[in-house]
Design a binder for this molecule. Structure first.
Ligand SMILES: Nc1ncnc2c1ncn2[C@@H]1O[C@H](COP(=O)(O)OP(=O)(O)O)[C@@H](O)[C@H]1O
Ligand SMILES: [Mg+2]
Length: 262
């Protein structure tokens, strides 16, 4: 993908410790504006902790990061205003109706009066919930909840969107529809930063960081990562093969990673 100009998210030596336990260890990368960037890794690898630091929700122990030009250490509140964030649990109020949830988030993001009606309508339509405005959120299927949560997270049209395992618990059809929405957003210039432990989902990203034991074990596009491995092994490795091979190599030796390029 050609660079559409500018770096949207940048991390340098980003580190987070919890009582001496290193959850994220000196992670560095850049994400370009409009890029779909994925963090792939097993449970407990440190993906959510990286994401929460970038969202200004958790202070880094060491290192630096900027999001939309804002420093997450010194301006976490500003960062929160300039991003959309969908947590691992969809963060919707189950006992509210579809419309009430959208209203609630419009209030949180302080969307001005005139714009509010337009954005709320847009979110309901995007989620395909025009006929369900007064349905309680608890009664929606996983895929609908997911699209509603996405709509609520981007009501204020943030330049950067963070999605933490957004498709866990939804069916393949909904997953497909969700990724179509992500591509549309990215095509319109939104940077999308997503975590996942699904290999098939990782294939949808422009570039990937493989996270293992808190470290960034590899960085590159899915095709570059696979091509890098094909040179060493047999032809046609899957991303899973790449991941397993990198993890095994990582277990033998540690050190900084260089981005894999074609
Ligand atoms: N608030 C916390 N206190 C202590 N340990 C934590 C906290 N948050 C995460 N961890 C630990 O950090 C590691 C990485 O967690 P996390 O970032 O949630 O991983 P992932 O999202 O890749 O599954 C895990 O071992 C987890 O138990
Ligand atoms: Mg997580």
């Amino acid at each position: 993908m050609s660079s559409p100009g500018g770096i949207s998210v940048s991390a340098r030596g980003l580190t987070r410790r919890f009582d001496g336990f290193v959850a994220v260890d000196r992670v560095s990368f850049d994400v370009r504006k409009g890029e779909v960037f994925g963090l792939l890794g097993p449970n407990g690898a440190g993906k959510s902790t990286i994401l929460r630091m970038l969202c200004g929700l958790l202070a880094p122990t060491e290192g630096e990061a900027t999001v939309a030009g804002l420093d997450v250490r010194t301006a976490p509140e500003s960062v929160k205003q300039h991003i959309g964030y969908m947590s691992q649990r969809f963060s919707l109020y189950e006992d509210l109706t579809v419309e009430e949830n959208v209203d609630f988030f419009a209030g949180i993001y302080r969307i001005p009066g005139g714009r509010k009606r337009e954005r709320k309508e847009w979110a309901v339509r995007m989620a395909g919930l025009e006929g369900h405005r007064r349905t309680r959120t608890a009664h929606l299927s996983g895929g609908w909840k997911q699209r509603l949560a996405l709509g609520c997270a981007i009501l204020h049209e943030p330049p950067v969107l963070f999605l933490d395992e957004p498709t866990s618990g939804t069916d393949p059809f909904s997953r497909r529809a969700f990724w179509d929405l992500i591509y549309a957003l990215s095509g319109a210039g939104t940077t999308v930063f997503v975590t996942t432990h699904h290999m098939d989902e990782a294939e949808h990203c422009d570039r990937l960081g493989l996270v293992y034991r808190g470290e960034l074990a590899a960085l590159g596009s899915p095709s570059a990562l696979k091509a890098g491995m094909a040179r060493k092994e047999t032809t046609g490795p899957s991303l899973e093969d790449v991941f397993v091979s990198i993890v095994e190599e990582r277990d033998r030796m540690a050190g900084p990673v260089a981005e894999v390029r074609r």
